[in-house]
Design a protein around this ligand. Structure first.
Ligand SMILES: NC(=O)c1ccc[n+]([C@@H]2O[C@H](COP(=O)([O-])OP(=O)(O)OC[C@H]3O[C@@H](n4cnc5c(N)ncnc54)[C@H](O)[C@@H]3O)[C@@H](O)[C@H]2O)c1
Ligand SMILES: CC(C)C[C@H](N)C(=O)O
Length: 373
């Protein structure tokens, strides 16, 4: 028998136990070149819903670390948003410009189907409605599919609307008024979500300062919204009222916080704090942080509505409530004397604990959370 000599880089069950992950699925298909990982963090509230990211990771370990971190984030996002959904996420290891194919996404769809609804997928960085349509050929456990199938389509404009609502709540808390007219807002990254966010902000009369590494995206923001363009490393020090991270994670860190002039950090990016302690530092410096997983929940709220038979009006009403949810986080933070990121985690954890207790009673037949699937 051939011996395998795999160096154990870390002990996988120690990693899973540390944050209480339920399951990891490694998906391999030679014919299509699929190498994917699905991570399910917690299904107390319901099936795990979270997007599929495609990224050319430097190593398999980096892919695993990313999918685990993102899956846990979805547990908190879905719980805080009041959804009856758990947290999970998936990554495909590959180059989104050169490696996409029908076969690849269909192979992934078959793995999702094999989980019988424990994990439901959707778009994330570098995956599109067209990719979801291929996945949909193999499984019903996919959202963000084309409107032609009665689905919700691209979640980004809805995420943007939620971020806009959350930003207004933060302005109300910090400045005493939720009007953004005349406010200067520095936006990092003007991609799918932030372009739509900038449209709302421009329509309300905010001044926009933007940065991106994509020249075309910058030109579009300059032409459509009269935005001022700065270089990527200049965005943190811009004189502004609000800093909106809408590109990458971990941008709130030891190097960037001392540069910030903003009084509020509120944007779309996932995992904005490099470490939890950076949320404490923002608080100490009098900068109000709108926790990312609360403010950027619009996309998942929108795709989750598909599970009940998609209704745009109903979905947008739920997204509006990000304003109230954000206010609740600020109130909890003030009441308990904790930074806002701690208050948001508490809000999510309390809901999971409450439902865990109330759903522990025996029912011969439980209401199916996937009735529409
Ligand atoms: N799309 C959604 O519905 C959704 C939902 C929740 C959270 N998010 C998060 O919001 C963020 C943006 O998502 P998106 O869908 O708009 O992605 P996107 O890829 O369309 O946009 C990101 C933009 O950031 C730019 N960028 C990359 N590196 C940069 C850098 N160093 N400096 C400045 N700009 C840089 C890119 O060129 C791109 O224009 C991501 O972190 C994503 O995880 C998205
Ligand atoms: C389900 C998706 C719309 C989730 C989205 N990619 C997010 O990070 O919230």
């Amino acid at each position: 028998m051939m011996e395998t000599n795999i160096e154990p880089r870390f002990r996988i069950f120690d990693v899973l136990q540390a944050e209480d992950y339920e399951q990891i699925v490694f998906c391999q298909d030679q014919a299509s070149g699929l190498k994917a990982i699905i991570a399910i963090h917690d299904t107390t509230l319901g099936p795990a819903l979270g997007g599929l990211r495609m990224w050319n990771y430097d190593s398999e370990e980096a892919a695993l670390t990313d999918v685990l971190r993102l899956a846990k984030g979805m547990t908190y996002k879905n719980a805080a948003a009041g959804l009856n959904l758990g947290g999970g996420k998936a990554v495909i290891i590959g180059n989104a410009k050169t490696d996409k194919s029908e076969a690849l996404f269909r192979a992934f769809g078959r793995y999702v189907q094999s989980l019988s609804g424990r994990y439901i997928t959707a778009e994330d960085v570098n995956t599109s409605v067209a990719d979801m349509d291929f996945i949909h050929m193999e499984t019903d456990y996919v959202t963000g599919v084309s409107p032609a199938f009665g689905s919700s389509g691209n979640p980004s404009p809805v995420t943007a609307y939620g971020v806009y609502r959350g930003m207004k709540a933060a302005a109300k808390w910090k400045f005493g008024s939720d009007s953004l007219a005349g406010k200067t807002i520095a936006v990092q990254g003007v991609g799918n979500v932030a372009y739509n966010l900038c449209r709302h902000l421009h329509e309300e009369g905010a001044h926009l300062v933007v940065t991106d590494i994509n020249e075309e995206a910058l030109k579009r923001a300059e032409t459509d919204f009269g935005a001022t363009v700065v270089k990527p490393d200049e965005i943190y020090a811009v004189e502004c009222d609000i800093f909106a991270p809408c590109a990458l994670g971990a941008v709130i860190n030891d190097k960037t916080i001392p540069q910030l002039k903003a009084k509020i950090v509120a944007g779309a990016a996932n995992n904005q704090l490099a470490e939890d302690r950076h949320g404490d530092v923002l608080e100490e410096q009098g900068i109000l942080y709108a926790p990312d997983f609360v403010i950027n929940a619009g996309g998942v709220i929108n795709v989750a509505d598909e599970l009940e038979g998609y209704n745009r009006e109903r979905a947008m009403k739920k997204v509006e409530l990000i304003y109230d949810n954000m206010m609740r986080v600020f109130e909890i933070a003030e009441r308990d004397g904790v930074p806002t990121h701690v208050a948001a985690e508490k809000m999510a954890e309390e809901r999971i604990a409450m439902m865990s207790r109330s759903r522990s009673q025996f029912l011969k037949v439980e209401k199916s959370l996937l009735g529409g699937r």
